[in-house]
Ligand binder design. Structure first.
Ligand code: AMP
Ligand code: ZN
Ligand code: FE
Ligand code: FE
Length: 282
């Protein structure tokens, strides 16, 4: 049995590899299966799936939706979603519009801060896919306003930073609803970004999300400490949540992060995919 990576981005959102390149790369790296989980878009799934068929490599269709939450950020993964589902498509179109409104505002804010970049430059950095903050970071690096991807976020782009503009998000219940409607298995991504204080706050949130259609929790993630992992495993066992994991590989930003292995510590067995499939057939 091989290893898997269930959290990956492509050029359809803010990753660097095209879906077919990513699929081939995953196979070269010796993985057995991957899930493509681009932010708010399904545009990379068809190409990824077709490449998988071509080279006999399993590609699971997925998505990562940003939901309304504070003080941190909440991302919900949806595995095995039916990308042709009308409600899903409709909701995603709405999110595309929200991004299209937000991006020029971030350019304006940057300009007012004395950073001379244009929207065209950001669009160019994003290629054919949707625009996200990592593309702003690329432009800021390219034009030497910052030395690193992380500096771009810390100085300008992260939530609360001077060039940050919030974008419209769905409430968690709404996002869980349309993921479930599209036959997706909804999983709470990297719970350590939620900004919660301790076990009981996370437990309360999970209890709420469970009522709204949550089925799993991303236990294994490069930024999770051993204590985090133990806590999330405990919650998964207690509430019957499927455990998943992935590296969130985008191909650019996080130094030393590699598909399948993270910074060397991750080994996610294929049984994780079987766990998802078992729920799917329920
Ligand atoms: P967006 O979709 O435009 O909100 O951008 C989200 C992406 O930006 C995430 O997937 C990360 O790749 C990146 N990102 C968000 N916050 C940070 C941060 N504080 N530091 C580094 N990267 C970040
Ligand atoms: Zn991303
Ligand atoms: Fe995420
Ligand atoms: Fe991600």
């Amino acid at each position: 049995m091989g290893y898997v990576d269930l959290h990956l981005h492509t050029t359809a959102s803010d990753g660097v590899k095209s879906p077919s390149d990513l699929v081939r790369y995953a196979k070269t790296r010796g993985l057995q299966a991957i899930a493509i989980t681009d932010h708010d878009t399904i545009e990379g799934l068809k190409e990824g799936f077709e490449e998988g068929e071509k080279i006999s490599f399993e590609v699971i269709p997925g998505i990562e939706i940003s939901a309304e939450h504070s003080p941190g950020s909440m991302h919900l993964l949806g595995y095995f979603i039916d990308s042709s589902h009308p409600l899903l498509k409709h909701r995603l179109e709405y999110l595309q519009k929200a991004r299209a409104e937000r991006n020029p505002k971030m350019v304006e804010k940057l300009n007012r801060l004395g950073v001379n970049i244009t929207y065209e430059e950001v669009l160019e950095a994003s290629g054919k896919g949707q625009v996200g903050r990592p593309h702003f970071a690329q432009v800021l690096m390219g034009k030497k306003y910052v030395k690193s991807f992380q500096e771009a976020f810390d100085r300008y782009l992260k939530k609360g930073a001077p060039a940050y503009v919030d974008k419209m998000r769905f409430a968690p219940g709404e996002a869980l609803h349309f993921i479930n409607e599209a036959k997706g298995i909804a999983v709470l991504a990297h719970p350590n970004t939620l900004g919660l204080n301790g076990y009981s706050e996370l437990e309360d949130l999970i209890l709420q999300l469970l009522k709204e259609g949550l089925r799993g929790i991303e236990v294994f993630y490069p930024e999770h400490s051993p204590a985090d992992i133990a806590q999330y495993k405990g919650l998964a066992e207690r509430y019957g949540l499927v455990m998943t994991g992935g590296t969130d590989y985008h191909g650019i930003e996080k130094n030393g992060l590699e598909i399948g292995v993270g910074r060397g510590e991750m080994r996610l067995p294929y049984s994780m995919v079987e766990g998802l499939k078992a729920i799917r057939s329920q």
